[in-house]
Design a protein around this ligand. Structure first.
Ligand code: DQA
Length: 159
């Protein structure tokens, strides 16, 4: 997390530093070794580091998180709204295809949420073709490996 974006007392985002939440769901902590033929060999830390550099160069901050628990992702979507984040990049991983609760959380906030995937779920098993996240996301960036995150960030930085 980029602490310089937050004040020390209220945890509010400082006005001149737009913060972008990057939220990652289950099993993405294993990137680097997890099915590298599908997801590549970059670790989540590699991706976070590149996004952070990119955002800082543009005068923005990245708050990068991962959890294997659905409720954490929901709490963090609410938090994005509470602290006034500029946008959320969300790779909900397997929850993308199952979670009405995450869809409801995205609909419950006004912060724009962008769906991100390393792989292209539409070119994979049919159960991955349904995306609850996509029903409320502003746009989808998928199929470019770790670059999907950077493409999404480029768009968000121009908002
Ligand atoms: C994924 C695609 C999902 O279908 C899968 O469950 C994941 C990763 C991706 O980034 O390609 O865990 O979100």
């Amino acid at each position: 997390m980029c602490n310089r974006c937050f004040d020390n007392i209220g945890g509010r985002i400082l006005a001149d530093q737009p913060t972008i939440f990057v939220l990652n769901g289950p099993n993405l902590n294993l990137l680097g070794t997890r099915e590298p033929e599908i997801y590549g060999t970059d670790t989540l830390d590699d991706i976070a580091g590149r996004l952070d550099d990119h955002a800082r160069a543009a005068g923005a901050c990245i708050d990068f998180r991962q959890s294997n628990h659905e409720g954490h992702l929901i709490d963090w979507l609410h938090e994005a709204q509470a602290v006034g984040a500029k946008a959320v990049l969300l790779n909900a991983a397997g929850f993308t295809h199952t979670s009405v609760a995450i869809l409801d959380a995205i609909k419950a906030i006004t912060v724009p949420v962008f769906e991100v995937h390393l792989s292209d779920p539409h070119k994979r098993e049919s159960f991955r073709h349904l995306s609850y996240v996509g029903m409320a996301a502003k746009a989808v960036f998928a199929g470019h490996g770790a670059k999907s995150y950077e493409l999404a960030l480029d768009v968000v930085l121009q908002l």
